[in-house]
Design a protein around this ligand. Structure first.
Ligand code: AOF
Ligand code: ZN
Length: 355
């Protein structure tokens, strides 16, 4: 195997350690290699904390390898940053430590960086190579890249359907469709996204808690569509164990503007949208501004259809369970609302992605 690929694979693996704690920042890993051996490695651990390169340089120094840095190559999964954010620019750190070469997986689409990190290092005489395992890097940070490029959170739609292809009875109400394993997976998925969203009818009829129970991990922020503010505050999703954002036509309140503040303000906040065909788009723009980088949409049918019709989605995860109900709410596949997608079947689930 090509050595560059081997080291970048390790850097990507390290980057993945940040899953669930760095959003809305990307997951980034860094490996520093001297004459075929790793002399330091690190990853971005926490939103607001030091970047991957800082940890890797510190690791090399702590291991007594500081003197080797000028003859070493850093493998970084994202272009080293050039801006003064919550932490100082990583490109400057690399320049000050006089590394010989930097191999990068993906460019940083952040307008504050976007090529400036690379040109700064090139100007300082550092050799730079770009694009090693680029597809893997894009997949790892799909939420970050989508939100930077599309200016909206990454959207995952999820539904369970009966064996005869219905989302549930027309009358609504909870119907247990998926089995224990599928349920566990849904709870794992909840831990991976910043927010979880349901519509008015689902909130009222199913009274879901929308927290994480069958898996270890953080609870997502809950988002509910309640356009006329009619949902009773006694519903489970208004319990003060995790924050809830109520999307509506009537009122706006200041929303937490950082991931840390979501966990310190376990209460209800209001996000106002104007009635119209672009309600979903308005909501997504506002949620991204509030640092929500990804959303897991759990129904019901009207909400899922609204995302599909607006073309504002990235993935669908669909599972089929044993119940047969004869008649009920048709799936977006049956109604033809879901068009132009790519379909993969794996582990009891069917995955659709946009093409
Ligand atoms: C890097 N290495 O490990 C990460 C980078 O507010 P800050 O200072 O944390 O900056 C966040 C931005 O920095 C983020 O949006 C992305 O552009 C870049 N992330 N860059 O050199 C890292 N996590
Ligand atoms: Zn940085």
């Amino acid at each position: 195997m090509d050595a560059d690929i081997q080291w970048m694979r390790r850097a990507l693996q390290l980057a993945g350690n940040g899953r669930g704690s760095v959003s809305p920042n990307p997951m980034v890993g860094c490996v520093i290699v001297h004459e075929g051996e790793i002399i330091g490695e690190g990853w971005h651990r926490q939103y607001g904390g030091p970047h991957a390169e800082v940890w890797a340089v510190k690791d090399a120094e702590l291991k007594g390898n500081a003197h080797l840095l000028p003859a070493s190559t850093a493998y970084v999964t994202l272009e080293p940053c050039s801006h003064m954010g919550k932490t100082p620019p990583c490109a400057d750190l690399i320049i000050s430590k006089r590394l010989k070469k930097v191999v990068i997986c993906n460019n940083d689409p952040n307008p504050l960086v976007s090529g400036r990190g690379i040109s700064r290092m090139l100007d300082a005489g550092i050799e730079v190579e770009i694009g090693v395992l680029a597809a893997e890097g894009l997949a790892l940070n799909k939420r970050f890249f989508t939100s930077m490029e599309q200016k909206r959170p990454y959207v995952i739609l999820k539904w369970a359907e009966t064996a005869d292809g219905f989302l549930g009875p027309e009358t609504g109400g909870p119907l247990r469709i998926s089995g224990t394993l599928s349920n566990m997976r849904v709870h794992q998925w909840r831990t991976e996204e910043d927010a979880i969203l349901v519509g008015y009818k689902t909130a009222l009829m199913d009274n879901p808690r929308l927290n994480v129970r069958n898996w270890e991990g953080r609870d997502p922020v809950r988002v509910v569509l309640d356009r006329h503010l009619q949902l009773p505050q006694t519903l489970n999703l208004f319990s003060k164990i995790q924050p809830t954002i109520v999307v509506n036509y009537l009122q706006e309140s200041s929303l937490p503007d950082s991931p840390e503040r979501y966990s310190s303000s376990l209460n209800i906040s209001y996000l106002k949208v104007n009635p119209g065909a672009d309600e979903i788009g308005q909501m997504l723009t506002s949620l991204l501004a509030r640092k929500i980088q990804s959303i897991f949409v759990e129904g019901g049918a009207a909400v899922i259809n609204a995302f599909l019709q607006a073309g504002l989605w990235d993935e669908i995860r669909r599972c089929q369970g044993p119940p047969v109900i004869g008649n009920g709410v048709k799936t977006p596949v049956a109604t033809g609302i879901l068009t132009s997608s790519e379909k993969v079947e794996k582990d009891l689930w069917t995955y659709y992605s946009r093409i």
